[in-house]
Design a protein around this ligand. Structure first.
Ligand code: GAR
Length: 202
């Protein structure tokens, strides 16, 4: 007969399996992998990129994480992503600098389980074409006094899913795209892992 300790282990100790989707350098993906290494309840199961030569794939592999490359056509196909996530027993997906649109059927399948990181205070400076340094350039050119990051659920409308958390930074006189990018990266690396932790463990 199964003992109490065994059943507790079976019911209570299942880790939450997370997939990270990323398209580029992957500093956030690496930060997340490091944060969740040896974590008691969250495992980074794999990193997927739509770019075969993306630095994020090399960095993740160096950290011992399984990686997958899928072409732009493949990542536009919900079935391709669902088969992969089902096989890898994925509970949640984190978009960390992922620049492709996520197919609707995949979003519906993982409703409330896909989290995106955006480098502005949404709803400002979101939507098509607003990624990376394009966002910082637009923020500076608009004369904003502050910027920040938004962590939000992904829904069918680009950058419009329910906001989970935002973190702010001020813009100084003479702020450049590079200096603002540095402030934004600092916010992302400082807060993204713990927000994911809180959100996916609820
Ligand atoms: C991050 O700043 C992230 O907020 C942004 O891409 C960067 C990826 O950096 N995402 C978007 O712009 C999504 N619209 P990283 O590759 O160093 O993690």
């Amino acid at each position: 007969m199964q003992g109490i300790a065994d059943s507790f282990y079976l019911c209570g100790m299942q880790k939450t399996n997370v997939a990270i989707f990323a398209s580029g350098t992957g500093s956030n993906a690496v930060n997340l992998i490091r944060h969740f290494a040896d974590h008691s309840s969250i495992d980074v199961a794999f990193v997927l990129s739509n770019k075969e030569d993306a630095d994020v794939l090399t960095s993740a592999r160096e950290l011992g994480i399984t990686t997958f490359y899928r072409s732009n056509d493949d990542v536009a196909d919900a079935e391709v992503l669902m088969v992969l996530c089902r096989e890898m027993k994925i509970d949640g997906i984190v978009l960390a600098g992922y620049l492709r649109k996520v197919p609707e059927q995949f979003i519906q399948n993982f409703e409330g389980k896909i989290i995106n990181l955006h480098p502005s205070l949404l709803p400002k400076f979101g939507g098509k074409g607003m990624y990376g340094s394009h966002v910082h350039k637009a923020v500076i050119e608009s004369g904003e006094e502050e910027s920040g990051i938004t962590i939000h659920y992904v829904n069918e409308a680009f950058d419009e899913g329910r906001i989970i958390a935002q973190f702010h930074c001020s813009l100084d006189e003479g702020e450049t795209v590079e200096s603002l990018a540095g402030k934004i990266k600092w916010l992302e690396h400082s807060y993204f892992p713990t927000v994911i932790e809180r959100t996916l463990m609820q």
